[in-house]
Design a protein around this ligand. Sequence first.
Ligand code: DAH
Length: 353
Amino acid sequence: MRVLINFQYNPTQKLFFKDEILKDLEQEIKNSQNLAELEAIRLSLFGKNGEITELFSKLKSLPNNEKKEFAKKANEKKELYNNLISEKRSELEAKKQNEFLKKEAIDVTLFDEPINSGAIHPVMATMDKIVEYFVSQNFSVESGPLIEDDFHNFEALNLPKYHPARDMQDTFYLNIPNMLIRTQTSPVQIRTMQKMKKPPIRMISPGAVFRRDMDLTHTPMFHQVEGLVVEEGSKVSFANLKYILEDFLHYMFGDVKVRFRPSFFPFTEPSAEVDISCIFCGGKGCRVCSHTGWLEVLGSGVVHPNVYKSVGWKNVSGYAFGLGVERFAMLLHSVPDLRSLFEGDIRLLEQFK
Ligand code: DAH
C-alpha cells in the first residue's frame, strides 16, 4: 500500500486503496449489460494502457525491497478482476445464447391443423408406374433433347420432307432451319441407336412432347413413353411385341381385353394400334368409348427397315411402341378434360394425395 502512494499512482491507487472505488469497479463489472460493455472494462484494466497492466510496468522501477509486496498485491488484484470478468463473461454469453435460442425457437404445437402437403401430379404418378413396369422388364430409360432437328424427329423415322404423314403431327417449328420442338419421343429411338452403335437395344424414353393442338383431349404439351427393342438377326418378332404390351396393359389396367388393330405409322411395318376393352362400361359401350366398347391406348409395330438404314444398321430386327401418358392418367383416374391436368388447381391435385 505504501508503495503505491510512493508512486502517486492515481487511478490504480484508488484501485488498491479506496475500498469504495474497488467496490464501484466490482459493481461496474457485475452491472455490465452485454459483452461489449464488459470488454471495455477489461481493456481499461488489462489492455495495453490498462490500470493493472500499468501496475506491472511500474514494478521494474521499484526499490528491490518493495518489489515483492507490490507484485503480490498487483497479482492479487489481477486475479480478482480476471475472475470477476470471466465469471461475468460466462453469464453474459449464456444470456446471449438463451436470447438467441428464444428468438429462433419454433413452436411445434402452433398449428392445430395439418399443414397442406403436396401430392405427386397424376401425370407423373402414371409415368412412374409405366416406367416401373418396363424397368422391371429390363428396359433402360433413355432421354433426348426437347429441341430436336428435322433428321431425328422425322427423316430418320422414315418421314422424308413433304411426306404426307408429317401432317399427322402439328409441329412447332423454330426460326432456325431444320429445328423444331419435338412432336414425339420417337427421335430418342434414333439417338439411342446412334449412341449404342449396335444391338441389343431395349429401351424406353419417357418425356414431354409438343404439338399445335388444344381441345378436350389435346394440350400443346403432353407426355409420351416411347419403347424400342432391337436384336441382331431376326430374333425379334411381332409376337414379342404382342406379349410385352399385353402384359403391360394388364399391369396398368387389370383384367382387360387387349386387341391389336392394323394401323399405319411411317416408322413401323406392320403397324398396329392397341385397344383395351373399355374400363368404364366393361366393353358394353358408353360415352367414353364412343359406344365401341374399346379404348385406344397405344401405337406400335415392327420397326421399318428404313429406320435402321438411317443409322446404318443391317441384319437386325425389332419392335417399337409409343403411348400418351396423359391418356393413361385420364383413363386411370376418370379425368374428363385433359386441360384440367395442367391448370394447377389445388382442388384437383388434392385428390391425389
Ligand atoms: N410416335 C407416335 C406418335 O407420336 C407413337 C408411336 C406409334 C410410336 C407407333 C412408336 C410406334 O414407336 O411404333 O403418334
